[in-house]
Design a protein around this ligand. Structure first.
Ligand code: ADP
Ligand code: MG
Ligand code: MG
Length: 868
C-alpha cells in the first residue's frame, strides 16, 4: 500500500513532488531543529487519488486517524478536547509554489465548546473568539464558497457602529456577536450549518483544498507559468500557533535579502497581535522588520540567525513566514523567494562572490526572459524633471510604465484585449484579480506593504509595481481615484515609477538602460560557458552599437534592403527598377553603390575584428514601388517618368504571391547587376578598410536558395565580382559565400547545397512560413485560436516548432555536415532570440544564433543555460 501521509519528521526537501514545496520544506526545517509547529502532510498521490475517486479513500482516512492520534500524543492536546483543545491549520501546497493561489484554513477544531476551553486555558476570551470568527469566515469561504465580502461586511459594520479604527479594538463581546452573525450567514446561504465536529471540519477542509487545485485562479496561474495540470497539491495539517494571542504575539514575513533590489539585508514586515494572512492581505499596514528589533530584540536576533542558517542551507534567498506566540518564535514556511529581475541578478552574482554558489548555479538562477525586462525603459530624466508626482507609495517592483487607468481586473483585461496599455489602480488586490494583473503594465495599490499580494505578484511577473500609496482613494462605483483634490478617471494616462514609488499624471518619455553592473558580470560568465555564439541582426551602425554594448559577437544578418528605404535611396531604387534596360540601370546603380559602400564601411569599422555577415537583396521589387495614384503622381515627378509609363511598369511587376514570387536570389538571376553592385560595395568598403589597416573577411549570404544549381549560379556571380576586384587591386583575402536555409527543398537537398556553400544560416521565419504553409503576414487571423484550442503549443514564429521545422533543420544540418564536417550553421530568424528555441538549437548542433539587439543578452544567457 502506498503511504499517503508523512509526518514532518519523516520527510525532507528532496520530496517536493510528493509532499509539495511547503510540506517538503516544513519537513526539512523540522530536521534542521528549527521551531516548526508539529504536523503531517497528505501527499500529492492522495490528491490524484481524490481527483479520480472524487472522495477521500478509506486508506487515506485510516492513515489520517493514526496521524491525528500521534499528533494528539506529541502535543498533549485533543480534538474536541475541553481542557487542551487541539487546533490545526489545513494548508495547501503544490510541488511548484503557487503563491496565494490555493486555499488554507486556520483554527480548525474550534466550536462552541472548544472556543470556551481555549478562552479559559489562555485567560483570553477575546483571543478565543477572534480565532473562532476567523475560522468561520475562512471555512465559509473555502468550503461553502460564500463570498468573503459577506463576512467582511459584518466586521466592517461592527467597527463602524462602535467607531473603531482597527480590528484590534473589537472587544470579546463584539467578537461573540460577530461569531453569531457569521453563523447566521451560513444559514442564509442555504449551504448548511457550520459543522461543530472538529473531525468533520477537518475532512471538509481537506476536500476543499483538493478541490481548490481546480479553481479558476489556480488554473490561470498554472497556464501563465506553464505548470502541469497533473501535478496536484499536497495538504499540510499543522498544529496552530497564535500570533493573535496578545501584544507579545504577532505574525510576519521576511526575505533573507531584499526582493526588490537584491541588497544583502533581511527584509520583512510584521504585525503585532495578528494572524495568518493579515500581513499580506494589507488589512493593517505592517511594521518593518527593523521595528521588531526594538519591540522584541531576542526574537529579532533569533529570526536573523534562522534567516542566515536557512539561506546557507538552501543556497538561495528565502521567503519566510513566521509567527510569534506569547514571546516564542515559530517558523511556518520557507521557500525560494520571488524577486525582481534586478534582484535575481544581483543576488546570484553576490552569492558567487560570497562563495555560496558556483558561477554555473548563478547562470541558472536567472530567467533569460526576465533579463529582457531589465533592459527595458526607465523614465527619461529630462522628461521626469518637468513632472511633479501626484503621490508616492512603496517601490514594490522596479521599472517605468505608462498606461491608461482601470480600477477592476475585468475592466483592465477588457481594455488590454482591445489593445490598450493599462495600469491597474486598486485599493488592494487579491488572487481573483490575476487575469487583470497579468495584462497590466503597472499595478498600483493604496493599501498594503512590500509583501502584499499586489507587490509579490508584480515582482513575480516583472511588472512595475507601487503599493501602499495611501493618499489614493479609489471609488469603484464612480470609477475614479482621488488624491486630495485631484481626480483620476478611468482611461486617464498615468506613469508609474516602480523604482521610486512615484505616480504621475500623463505619459512620460522613457529611455532604455544598458547592460551594466552585476548583469554585465553575469553575462560575461554566460559567454565563457556558452557553446553557441550570439550575433545580432543589424542594418544600421546605431543598432549594431546597441548590440555590441549588449555583448554581441558580431552581425549574423544585415538586411541590405532596409538600407534602400531611406527617401534619397528610394528614388534611386525606383529609377533602377523602372529602367527599361541595363543601360538605364547603370546610373542609379552607381548612386546606390556609393551609398551602400558607405553603409558597409561603417558597419565593418564598428565591428573591428568581429565578423559581419551581409545578405544580398531579398524582398520582392514591388515593395519599392508606389502603391496608389497619389504616390504614382509624386514618384512620376521625382524620377521624370510619365504617370502612364509608371503605372504600366508597376502593374507589370505586380505579383499574386509576392512572398513566393520574384524575390531573393531570383532577382540576381534576372538582374545580375543588382547583386554585382552590392558585392562591389562590400568589396570597396573592405579595400578602403584594408588601406586603413583593418583586415576584413567578408561573409556574403544569398537569400532564398532552393537548389545546388541555383546557389552555384549565384555564387559564381558573386565570386567573379570579388575576384575581379581583388586582381584589379592586386590583393587577396579570405571570404565566404553562404546560403540562407529557408526553403524546405534546400533543407532536404542540403548535402548538395553544401557543396557550393561556405555556411548555412537558417531563416526560420520563411522556413516556418513555407513548412506550415502559413503566410506569416496573415497568421494573426487564426493563430490565436489555434493556440487557445491547443492545436499548436505556441506560435511557431516565436518559438521554433521542433517537430516539423526543427526536423527539417536537423536534416539540413546532418546532410550539410556530411558534405562539409565543419560547416558553420547559424539561425537568424525571430526565434534566434527565444530561450526555448535556443535550447533546441544547441541540441541540434547550431553554431550561432543571431537576433535583434535587445534579445542579445537574453540569448547569451539562454545559450549558456542550454550548454550547462
Ligand atoms: P499560502 O500558501 O497562501 O501562503 P499558508 O498555508 O502558508 O498559505 O497559510 C496562510 C497563512 O496562515 C500564513 O501566513 C501562515 O503563516 C499562516 N499559518 C498557516 N498555518 C499556521 C499554523 N499552524 N499556525 C499559525 N499560522 C499558520
Ligand atoms: Mg504561505
Ligand atoms: Mg527570408
Amino acid at each position: 500500500m502506498t503511504k499517503l501521509i508523512y509526518e514532518f519528521s519523516e520527510g525532507n526537501m528532496s520530496m517536493r513532488d510528493l509532499l509539495g514545496g511547503k510540506g517538503a520544506n516544513l519537513a526539512e526545517m523540522t530536521h534542521l531543529s528549527l521551531p516548526v509547529p508539529r504536523g503531517f502532510t497528505l501527499t500529492t498521490v492522495a490528491c490524484h487519488d481524490y481527483q479520480q475517486k472524487q472522495t477521500l479513500s478509506d486508506g487515506l482516512l485510516s492513515e489520517l486517524d493514526q496521524a491525528l492520534t500521534h499528533l494528539s500524543q506529541t502535543t498533549g492536546k485533543q480534538f474536541d478536547g475541553t481542557s487542551q483543545p487541539l487546533l490545526v491549520s489545513v494548508r495547501s501546497g503544490a510541488a511548484i509554489s503557487m503563491p496565494g493561489m490555493m486555499d488554507t484554513i486556520l483554527n480548525i477544531g474550534l466550536n462552541d465548546q472548544t472556543v470556551e476551553a481555549l478562552a479559559t486555558l489562555t485567560h483570553n476570551e477575546r483571543f478565543a473568539y477572534d480565532s473562532y470568527r476567523r475560522l468561520l469566515a475562512m471555512f465559509g469561504n473555502v468550503v461553502y464558497g460564500i463570498d468573503e465580502a459577506t463576512f467582511d461586511h459584518v466586521l466592517t459594520a461592527a467597527k463602524h457602529v462602535n467607531g473603531y479604527q482597527s480590528d484590534l479594538e473589537l472587544t470579546s463581546a463584539d467578537l461573540k456577536q460577530i461569531v453569531n452573525d457569521f453563523k447566521a450567514i451560513y444559514q442564509q446561504s442555504g449551504k448548511g450549518e457550520f459543522p461543530q465536529s472538529p473531525k468533520e471540519q477537518l475532512l471538509a477542509a481537506i476536500n476543499a483544498v483538493f478541490e481548490s487545485w481546480n479553481n479558476h485562479r489556480a488554473q490561470v496561474y498554472r497556464q501563465q507559468n506553464h505548470i502541469s495540470e497533473s501535478l496536484g497539491t499536497a495538504v499540510n495539517i499543522q498544529e496552530m500557533v497564535f500570533g493573535n494571542a496578545g501584544d507579545q504575539s504577532g505574525t510576519g514575513v521576511a526575505f533573507t535579502r531584499n526582493p526588490a533590489t537584491g541588497e544583502k539585508k533581511v527584509f520583512g514586515e510584521y504585525l503585532l497581535n495578528a494572524q495568518g494572512e493579515d500581513v499580506v492581505a494589507g488589512i493593517r499596514t505592517p511594521q518593518s522588520i527593523e521595528v521588531l528589533h526594538e519591540d522584541m530584540p531576542e526574537i529579532y536576533d533569533e529570526l536573523m540567525a534562522i534567516a542566515e542558517k536557512l539561506e546557507t542551507h538552501y543556497q538561495d534567498m528565502q521567503d519566510l513566514e513566521f509567527t510569534i506566540e506569547n514571546g516564542k518564535l515559530y517558523l511556518l514556511q520557507a521557500r525560494d523567494g520571488k524577486r525582481t529581475p534586478y534582484a535575481a541578478v544581483k543576488i546570484a552574482v553576490d552569492q558567487v562572490d560570497e562563495g555560496l554558489i558556483t558561477k554555473a548555479q548563478a547562470i541558472q538562477r536567472v530567467s533569460p526572459e526576465s533579463v529582457s525586462t531589465m533592459l527595458h525603459p526607465e523614465f527619461d530624466e529630462g522628461a521626469l524633471a518637468s513632472h511633479t508626482p501626484m503621490t508616492t507609495g512603496l517601490p514594490a517592483s522596479p521599472g517605468a510604465a505608462t498606461g491608461q487607468v482601470y480600477f477592476t481586473a475585468e475592466d483592465a483585461k477588457q481594455a488590454a484585449d482591445a489593445g490598450e496599455k493599462v495600469v491597474l489602480i486598486r485599493q488592494d488586490t487579491s488572487p481573483e484579480d490575476i487575469d487583470g494583473m497579468i495584462v497590466s503594465q503597472a499595478i498600483v495599490t493604496s493599501r498594503g506593504g512590500m509583501t502584499s499580494h499586489a507587490a509579490v505578484v508584480a515582482r513575480g511577473m516583472g511588472a512595475t509595481g507601487v503599493v501602499g500609496a495611501h493618499e489614493i482613494q479609489v471609488d469603484y462605483v464612480a470609477k475614479v481615484a482621488k488624491i486630495g483634490e485631484q481626480v483620476i478617471h478611468e482611461g486617464d494616462w498615468v506613469s508609474v515609477d516602480g523604482t521610486s514609488g512615484e505616480l504621475y499624471l500623463g505619459q512620460i518619455k522613457t529611455t532604455s538602460v544598458g547592460v551594466k553592473g552585476e548583469l554585465s558580470v553575469l553575462l560575461d560568465w554566460a559567454k565563457e560557458v556558452a557553446q553557441m555564439g550570439v550575433y545580432t541582426n543589424a542594418d544600421t551602425p546605431q543598432d549594431f552599437q546597441k548590440a555590441l554594448d549588449f555583448g554581441a559577437d558580431g552581425i549574423g544578418l544585415t538586411r541590405t534592403e532596409h538600407m534602400f528605404f531611406k527617401p534619397e535611396r528610394l528614388v534611386q531604387m525606383r529609377r533602377l527598377i523602372l529602367a527599361e534596360d541595363a543601360l538605364g540601370r547603370a546610373e542609379p546603380l552607381t548612386e546606390l553603390l556609393k551609398m551602400q559602400q558607405e553603409d558597409f564601411y561603417q558597419l565593418y569599422k564598428l565591428a573591428g575584428d568581429k565578423e559581419v555577415t551581409i545578405r544580398l537583396l531579398d524582398p520582392p521589387l514591388h515593395e519599392f514601388l508606389p502603391h496608389d495614384e497619389e504616390e504614382i503622381q509624386a514618384v512620376s515627378q521625382q524620377i521624370h517618368l510619365a504617370p502612364e509609363k509608371l503605372r504600366e511598369r508597376t502593374n507589370a511587376l505586380k505579383e499574386l504571391n509576392p512572398m513566393l514570387g520574384h524575390r531573393g536570389d531570383r532577382l540576381a538571376v534576372t538582374f545580375p547587376d543588382i547583386y554585382q553592385m552590392q558585392v562591389k560595395a562590400i568589396m570597396s568598403a573592405v579595400i578602403r578598410l584594408h588601406d586603413e589597416g583593418l583586415e576584413v573577411h567578408p561573409h556574403i549570404m544569398i537569400p532564398l536558395t532552393d537548389s545546388k544549381s541555383e546557389m552555384a549560379w549565384v555564387r559564381q556571380l558573386v565570386i567573379d565580382q570579388i575576384e575581379a576586384m581583388m586582381s584589379d587591386q592586386e590583393f587577396e583575402l579570405a571570404y565566404t559565400v553562404g546560403t540562407m536555409m529557408e526553403m524546405p527543398r534546400a533543407c532536404v537537398t542540403a548535402d548538395q547545397v553544401a557543396e557550393v556553400s561556405d555556411f548555412f544560416s537558417f531563416g526560420t521565419n520563411d522556413l516556418t512560413q513555407l513548412t506550415f504553409g502559413y503566410s506569416r503576414d496573415d497568421v494573426g487571423s487564426f493563430m490565436p485560436e489555434y493556440i487557445k484550442q491547443g492545436i499548436l503549443p505556441a506560435d511557431p514564429f516565436q518559438t521554433i516548432d521542433t517537430e516539423g521545422v526543427g526536423t527539417l533543420m536537423e536534416i539540413a544540418i546532418n546532410k550539410g555536415r556530411q558534405t562539409k564536417a565543419e560547416l558553420p550553421i547559424g539561425v537568424c530568424g525571430e526565434v534566434g532570440g527565444d530561450p526555448a528555441s535556443i535550447e533546441f538549437f544547441n541540441q541540434i548542433g547550431v553554431t550561432y544564433v543571431s537576433c535583434s539587439p535587445y534579445r542579445v543578452p537574453v540569448a547569451r544567457l539562454a545559450a549558456a543555460q542550454a550548454t550547462l
